[in-house]
Design a protein around this ligand. Structure first.
Ligand code: HSE
Length: 357
């Protein structure tokens, strides 16, 4: 590949996802350079707990990971900038927003998203709060500022759900979407099926980096509800917010319920569905007892699955990881590769216009 583009990125939040992204870059950054002509360079990291660091020339992802607990120890010309200053004043072209999700207010991710897009920087976010609550506004801001908004990480981590649906399936006319969209609750239900108590299964999901900072969102279904709202907006043009999605979680399911289902040849799953009907688009999240023959019944552990019902292809099902450090970190990479691809295409179009003028 000839020609190389440097893309400078600022990481806002350096927890599970941010570190997953840095890990991938430490391991595969050279390959991305050779393979795609894209030199992804971290120029700033800002985290509420871990501190912040900025080097306009670039920071070594391996060093960031070694000193992730205290970013003040990473050698660099600038330390101590808060998130908004990092977004506005660093020389990053793209901001990766990976702070914790707040599904009530969207903050602090919402302010970060507005600041990034408003200052003409691409935004790639794993934060479900701002996207589920304010997607039309963020899309407008991106358009008005001529930058891209990437959100693949918000649904099924790096499993390319939104890419597949928006780029390939949209034209096949999606009428319905149904799936298991929360990795933590599916992991818990699977472990309970194997005899583990609820609390122990949740603790393991937290240790493995699957659960939200506040795992109530996983257990009470509100994480899946936010994802259902995102899908309704993106795929069915329905401006639903999480409050418009009926929602029941898995909190009240007991070991006995799971045992009873098993005895009847069934299994409990937390299912999210979005459907276009005569009265508009309706969305719902609820535990369902599925027969073992149901396509979602065999989706176990942190794996997620989604079935798109379309006019021209019938049903298309995608299965893959729904959460995790590298899995979600990869979603950020995937969006940046897409921004790079589209940038190359735009540059090509400009050249063409110039040469035909
Ligand atoms: N806590 C979420 C889950 C993370 O378990 O699915 C990915 O959105």
């Amino acid at each position: 590949m000839t020609g190389q583009r440097v893309m400078r990125v600022a990481l806002i939040g350096f927890g599970t996802v941010g570190q997953g992204f840095a890990h991938i870059l430490a391991r595969s950054g050279d390959w991305y350079r050779r393979q795609f002509g894209l030199d992804l360079r971290i120029v700033a990291v800002s985290d509420l707990q871990r501190g912040s660091v900025h080097d306009p020339a670039g920071l070594d992802p391996a060093v960031l990971l070694e000193r992730a607990g205290d970013l003040a120890r990473v050698p660099a010309p600038v330390h101590g900038w808060d998130s908004l200053r990092t977004i506005r004043e660093s020389n990053a072209e793209a901001v990766l927003e990976m702070t914790f999700t707040d599904l009530q207010t969207g903050e602090p991710g919402l302010s970060h998203a507005r600041a990034a897009l408003g200052s003409g920087k691409h935004l790639v976010t794993s934060n479900k709060g701002p996207v589920a609550l304010h997607l039309p506004e963020l899309q407008r801001l991106a358009r008005d500022n001529g930058v891209m908004l990437g959100m693949e990480a918000t649904v099924m981590s790096g499993t390319p759900t939104l890419a597949l649906a928006t780029e390939m399936l949209r034209g096949a006319m999606i009428t319905r979407v149904e799936g298991i969209l929360n990795g933590t609750s599916n992991y818990i239900l699977t472990e309970m099926g194997g005899g583990s108590p609820f609390g122990e299964a949740l603790r393991r999901a937290q240790e493995l980096g699957y659960a939200e900072a506040n795992p109530a969102a996983d257990i009470d279904g509100t994480d899946a509800r936010a994802k259902a709202a995102i899908l309704a907006n993106l795929l069915l043009d329905a401006p639903l917010t999480p409050d418009d999605v009926e929602c029941t979680g898995i909190r009240d399911l007991t070991g006995r319920d799971i045992e009873e289902a098993r005895a009847a040849g069934q299994v409990w799953k937390l299912v999210a569905g979005v459907e276009a009907g005569r009265d508009g688009v309706r969305a719902r999240v609820a535990p369902q007892r599925l027969p073992l023959s149901h396509p979602l019944a065999s989706i176990d552990g942190v794996t997620n699955a989604i079935t798109f019902t379309t006019e021209y292809l019938g049903e298309v099902t995608l299965t893959g990881p729904g959460a995790g450090r590298l899995e979600t970190g990869y979603a950020m990479v995937g969006d940046l590769l897409k921004i790079h691809r589209l940038g190359q295409r735009a540059a090509g179009d400009e050249l063409k216009e110039v040469s035909t003028a």
